[in-house]
Write a protein that binds this ligand. Structure first.
Ligand code: URA
Length: 200
């Protein structure tokens, strides 16, 4: 059994936070085990909770289109979320839930070892770009410890706001070039060893 399958089994019985009581299924993530690009969204919604798969509702269809714009299918990348269970009523995830779930995401990143992590939305961004504002840093990249971190708006937000839609589509188009430059890109000096999503 692969490391990811074992991880999925552990996540399936997770009781680390209150969301375990309300979920239909856990939504661990899916995609290529050795994907070069890992997309990290926020939390499962209703469709994801029903199917146990990430980004399968309207935001997911749009993510599929964005991937297609750079010649990729979801099977060629890895897609996960900051938290693995749906918050009731699609409310925002609570800090305690994000903290409880963080362990799973860290193990996923270790197993997949992506060249590039693309954050989708502000909760995901906050984990890797602490203290930053998405309107300022979307479309920008940082390299730390050999991984390129790239921040994008959340597809669900971009679906409904024309200005964000243009931004997310343009940002997506930057990914192939960034990936091609992965080796030669210089590391960002400041590397927060302990990434802290709760910083200002
Ligand atoms: N929004 C997310 O952030 N993740 C999903 O899986 C679906 C919608």
């Amino acid at each position: 059994m692969s490391g990811l399958s074992e991880l999925y089994q552990e996540i399936a019985v997770c009781q680390r936070c209150q969301l375990a009581k309300y979920r239909t299924r856990t939504v661990p993530g899916e995609g290529k085990e050795d994907a070069e690009i890992m997309f990290i969204g926020e939390a499962p919604g209703w469709h994801e909770d029903q199917q146990g798969r990430p980004f399968v509702g309207p935001a997911g269809l749009y993510l599929d289109q964005l991937l297609a714009s750079i010649g990729l299918r979801r099977e060629q990348v890895y897609i996960a979320n900051v938290i693995k269970c749906r918050p009731q009523g699609n409310r925002d995830p609570l800090p305690a839930e994000i903290l409880a779930c963080r362990h799973w995401l860290e193990r996923q990143i270790e197993l997949i070892c992506p060249k590039m992590i693309v954050t989708l939305g502000r909760y995901s961004m906050a984990m890797f770009f602490p203290g930053k504002s998405i309107s300022k840093i979307h479309g920008t990249a940082q390299k730390r410890d050999g991984i390129i971190y790239f921040a994008m708006y959340h597809p669900a937000a971009a679906l409904h706001q024309q200005s964000l839609r243009r931004a997310i589509e343009e940002d997506m188009l930057r990914i192939p070039q960034l990936l091609a430059q992965a080796e030669s890109m210089t590391e960002t000096d400041k590397k927060p060893k302990q990434l802290n999503m709760f910083e200002a």
